[in-house]
Design a protein around this ligand. Structure first.
Ligand code: DC
Length: 205
């Protein structure tokens, strides 16, 4: 059985948590595609050109401890605007998507570019203010010194770059279910996502 679940959306909308929960619920494999861009971005911080960085990428790079830092997130969003970097990551993501047993991929362009044929597509979003507050809580818990205006500016800057790039901009696929989590708690958001995937699975039988 193959079944692809594409979960796209901006930073801190809840797509990572929802993706992990959906994958666990159905026993599907999960790929956080943002980690690929973060690992490439991280390598560029020491001066490595982005294209060299993407071609040298190995699985262990996805386990580096600092991939979640704001500095790496910014670098990831910058390298993600380079078409050659995106092109180098396509085959790996598509192979993952079609693996036996089902797969959940989360990112920005999964439903539009990587897997336009995905059986279930979600676009998870929330207001920039709500997302900044969530991200602030995560960063403070991780010991990063920052404040709400700084995090909100970062969220807006990254949204603008991810939505505005020419190649594979972040946007909902025409056939995606849009899930706004601004006023939903995580259990309610996961329940809605599971129901959408369950409907797609039933339609496949
Ligand atoms: O999901 P994330 O915050 O870890 O992603 C980091 C950056 O990587 C994000 O700003 C844009 C980029 N990205 C992308 O362009 N396409 C994807 N499929 C996933 C992430």
């Amino acid at each position: 059985m193959t079944l692809t679940v594409a979960i796209d959306g901006p930073a801190a909308a809840g797509k990572g948590t929802i993706s992990k929960a959906v994958a666990a619920h159905f026993g599907f494999a999960h790929l956080d595609t943002g980690l690929l861009y973060r690992a490439v971005g991280r390598r560029t911080l020491d001066g490595t050109p982005a294209l060299d960085a993407v071609l040298a990428l190995v699985a262990a790079d996805l386990e580096a401890g600092d991939l979640r830092s704001p500095e790496v997130a910014r670098a990831a969003s910058q390298v993600a605007a380079i078409p050659e970097v995106r092109a180098a990551l396509v085959d790996f993501q598509r192979a993952f998507a079609r693996r036996q047993g089902g797969a959940v991929l989360d990112g920005r362009d999964i439903g539009t570019v990587i897997c336009p044929e995905a059986e279930a597509k979600l676009f998870v979003t929330a207001s920039a203010e709500v997302r900044a507050e969530r991200r602030l809580a995560e960063l403070l818990a991780a010991g990063v010194e920052t404040d709400l205006p700084e995090v909100l500016a970062d969220v807006r800057e990254r949204d603008a770059r991810d939505e505005g790039r020419a190649d594979a901009p972040m946007r909902p696929a025409d056939d995606a279910h849009v899930l706004d989590t601004s006023t939903l708690d995580i259990d309610a958001a996961v329940a809605r996502a599971v129901a959408i995937v369950e409907a797609a699975r039933t339609a496949q039988d």
